[in-house]
Design a protein around this ligand. Sequence first.
Ligand SMILES: [Zn+2]
Length: 308
Amino acid sequence: MRLHTFFALATLGLLGAGSLEAGVLNVVATTEDLASIAREVGGDRVQVAALARGYQDPHFVEAKPSFIFTLNKADLLILVGRELEIGWLPPLITQSRNAKIQVGGNGHLDASLTANILEIPQGQLTRAMGDVHPQGNPHYWLDPGNGRRIAQAVQQRLSAMSPGDAATFASRYADFDRRLGEAEKRWDAALAPFKGAKVVTYHRSWPNFCERFGLEVVGYVEPKPGIPPSPAHTIELQAEIKRLGVKVILVEPYFDLKTPNAIGRETGARVLVVSPSVGGEKEITDYIKLFDYDVNLLAQALKTAGGK
Ligand SMILES: [Zn+2]
């Protein structure tokens, strides 16, 4: 293609997707977890970008102007859904002026639709008192079973978008499924001695993780998801931690440690910063390493604390 023709086509948006390499799909994921799973399935048939970084609170991401440009070029947008991104994503989708990724478009994939969702409110949906989980718990990727379901949804969508690569996506999914299954055996073994252990978490990020690995969440540092700790709630929580003999308080890397540390000093429970996302720590470079990191940290802490 001659240079001036390229620029003319680029200006008109006729190069589509912004992908110059033939057949490579431009995938944008809202989080690094979804991006990692999309890379597992898509391999070199996709180019994947993530919007939020793993060390950021995914409920409250600062929308950068560059996100609009990234979304404008996307063939496929994969989002967590369940209103996790409601505070920042919808205006970006509108401003991207990309018809493909609008709600209902071929390039719009809500990964929660085929996932196992916990804590779905009964009765009327409400954001009463600022609860940021009105559609059920949006941190569902922290169950490897849901990671598998997300991968399957991505495989199906990519295959529909690029039928010539369907066999590649199927075999890459099968390989991911196999490696995830092997890793699950390792994680199960590491946490097996602590089945039934009671934990407190800062935010409600861990119900899927704890259910999957047999841990019991008995309280939260936040009075409600998205609401900062209050003195009255903290006092109640401390009493509960002492009563139940809770050994560990899990804190996501983006929360202030002041209150958890004070609770730890008061109760003797250990404060553990665990990552809910790929990219939350330098060594967590993909979805399987995310669980490697958290499971190892948790198993070590529970072991040191003397079991349950
Ligand atoms: Zn949340």
